[in-house]
Design a protein around this ligand. Structure first.
Ligand code: G6P
Length: 591
């Protein structure tokens, strides 16, 4: 999703801005652009496709004493140079980059048209630039023009703004991520996350919603509602934000390989063999006191929530999981004393933040997130960090394993069950074995990479592994894939089975294996090419892939590792961009 970078002060801007955009490109984008401020004049460059395309049209050592840059993931208006950012006001007084979505932009555009404003793009962002320009034309100074514009905007935005003829790098923030960094040598910077700033900044702050202000080379001034507000800056650990493939060909493969480490870290960070569980006591007490634990997430995080809710139920606690973007519509019953667990790798997912908007103030939210100090982490009443380290590939892999491990540990802590950490350590070993046998999964991928459709099936907890594996196939390999509980196949989906359609069946629970094998037989009788992935305690002769058995509730871990590697291999075979699949973004900051 869109990413912004900006800086002010003496520096070589082209490498800083384009390098910064590359560090944000994990967010997903389809065009990019930048603008330099030099002696009051602003020069603008924009290109479709990769940041390399942008770099190729920007002169080296371009003069400038401030700059802003952007990667755009199209929302309002198609992918075109005119819709790329920076956007400018018609009079070319205001140039800005924007991450977020303005909900009332049509109404504002009509209002501006009545005042003789014209527009070059279809974007909501151009409306912001024009509104600021309108207030400037009314005689307001830049900070007041920004404040008045913010009062008119409904929606989310992180903005970096330059004014023709007026020095300074201006910013505004509401509901979209923004980090400000104090530079090492008379420069100050801002960006959508810390990564682009780590080489040039020492201390950082993430301003609250509603903040706007001004960066100069020597100072940062922040305001809320017209009042000057202090910002507190803190250092960050550089290693948490470094991108290094460490010899792997892709980040996705590196991150799958880190899965076992992430599970073990979840155990060691939250459990001590001598003293027991280490979660904050207040989290455990509020979960115990809840009449319902409501787990919310999107994408992979939603599937982790589903599996976690099932395990919590099995452990004797009432838990339900919902897709965050659906829960907000109020269709589901709300119990008297719920606790909400918000699950997110990025901690910036707008659909989940919308849930927080409804929950805020109740003192009942627990975030399970990976990205430190992200919006969801800061806004929730309690936070448990996954500690998976930076995840760069767009499709979540190691974070899913970490999220589920933490949910299972919470269930263990709630019922004083010290066996859970041991079962998780077994699961980590089993995942390691799946990864070690990647070449077998590559061979399988070579046999089915031309398939247009695929099915993943499972029963009980294994069904959740099917869902997550199926999502991976869609995201990375662009294969139409469905996940079904085994028993449900005959109620419709079986009509889709044709000669050679691959069906992947997960059996981690020997007790459920018999029924699932019958379902697979029914599919095979209609021509499906079945492939059974089973645990060593459920395996039968002829199964395609047998992984070391773990407690059946924990089989999701090795099964999902299998699904991740299968999607990875199929994606490569199909010649696709594994780390940056089309149309997807890592940090989905729009609803
Ligand atoms: C995007 C990503 C998915 C991810 C989902 C939720 O759609 O492409 O891989 O699962 O967002 O993200 P979160 O950061 O909230 O876990």
């Amino acid at each position: 999703m869109c990413g912004i970078v900006g800086a002010i002060g003496p520096m070589d801007y082209k490498p800083f801005l384009t390098g910064g955009l590359r560090k944000l490109d994990y967010r997903g984008y389809d065009s990019s652009g930048l603008a330099f401020w030099n002696d009051g004049k602003i020069s603008l460059y924009r290109a479709l496709g990769s940041v390399d395309n942008l770099a190729s049209i920007v002169p080296d050592r371009h003069p400038g004493s401030a700059g802003i840059a952007h990667t755009r993931w199209a929302t309002h208006g198609g992918v075109s140079v005119e819709n790329a950012h920076p956007q400018r006001s018609w009079d070319k007084k205001v140039y800005l980059v924007h991450n977020g979505v303005i909900d009332n932009f049509e109404e504002l555009r009509a209002w501006l048209r009545e005042r003789d404003f014209s527009f070059r793009s279809d974007t909501d962002t151009e409306i912001i630039a024009s509104l600021i320009a309108y207030y400037l034309s009314e005689g307001e100074r830049p900070l007041t023009a920004i404040k008045k514009t913010m009062e008119r905007l409904d929606g989310s935005y992180a903005l970096a703004i330059l004014f023709s003829g007026i020095p300074g790098l201006y910013f505004a923030k509401n509901k979209s991520p923004l980090v400000i960094g104090l530079g090492i040598e008379r420069i100050n910077c801002l960006a959508s996350d810390y990564a682009p700033l780590m080489d040039v900044c020492s201390d950082f702050t993430a301003p609250e919603d509603g903040t706007y202000g001004l960066l100069t080379g020597n100072a940062v001034f922040a305001f809320r509602g017209g009042k000057n507000i202090p910002l507190s800056f803190e250092p960050r650990n550089r290693e948490d934000y470094t991108f290094d493939l460490e010899g792997y060909p892709h980040f996705m493969l590196k991150e799958i390989a880190e899965g076992p480490k992430v599970i073990r870290h979840a155990v060691s960070a939250n459990f001590d063999a001598k003293t027991g569980y280490l979660f904050e006591q207040s989290i455990i007490s509020s979960l115990r006191a809840a009449d319902e634990i409501v787990l919310l997430g999107c994408g992979s995080s939603h599937y982790a929530a589903e599996a976690g809710a099932a395990y919590l139920n099995r452990s004797g606690f009432r838990a339900v999981s919902y897709i965050a973007s659906e829960w907000i519509h109020g269709l589901y019953p709300r119990s008297r004393k719920p606790v909400y667990v918000l699950i997110s790798q990025s901690g910036e997912t707008a659909d989940l933040i919308s849930c927080l908007d409804l929950i805020d103030g109740e003192g009942r939210s627990v975030a399970i997130v990976n990205a430190k100090d992200s919006t969801i982490a800061r806004r929730s009443d309690h936070v448990i960090y996954i500690g998976a380290g930076l995840e760069v590939a767009v499709a979540s892999t190691k974070s899913f394993l970490g999220q589920l491990a933490i949910l299972m540990l919470l269930a263990g802590a709630l019922r004083h069950d010290d066996a859970v950490p041991l079962k998780l350590l077994d699961a980590a070993t089993s995942v390691e074995e799946v990864i070690r046998r990647k070449s077998e999964i590559d061979t399988l991928a070579s046999e089915c990479y031309t398939a247009r459709d695929a099915f993943f099936v499972g029963r009980g907890m294994d069904y959740f592994a099917s869902e997550e594996s199926s999502l991976k196939l869609k995201e990375i390999a662009y294969v139409h894939s469905e996940a079904y509980p085994g028993g449900e196949l005959k109620h419709g989906p079986i009509a889709l089975i044709e000669e050679g359609v691959p069906v992947f069946a997960f059996i981690g629970n020997p007790e459920l294996g018999k029924a699932l094998r019958s379902n697979v037989q029914e599919m095979m009788a209609r021509g499906a090419a079945s492939y059974i992935v089973s645990s060593s305690s459920s395996a039968r002769e002829g199964d395609g892939f047998v992984y070391p058995a773990v407690d059946p509730s924990f089989a999701v871990f090795p099964e999902v590792a299998f699904g991740q590697l299968l999607a990875y291999s199929l994606s490569l075979r199909r010649g696709l961009n594994v780390d940056k699949p089309r149309n997807l973004a890592k940090s989905v900051t729009v609803n």
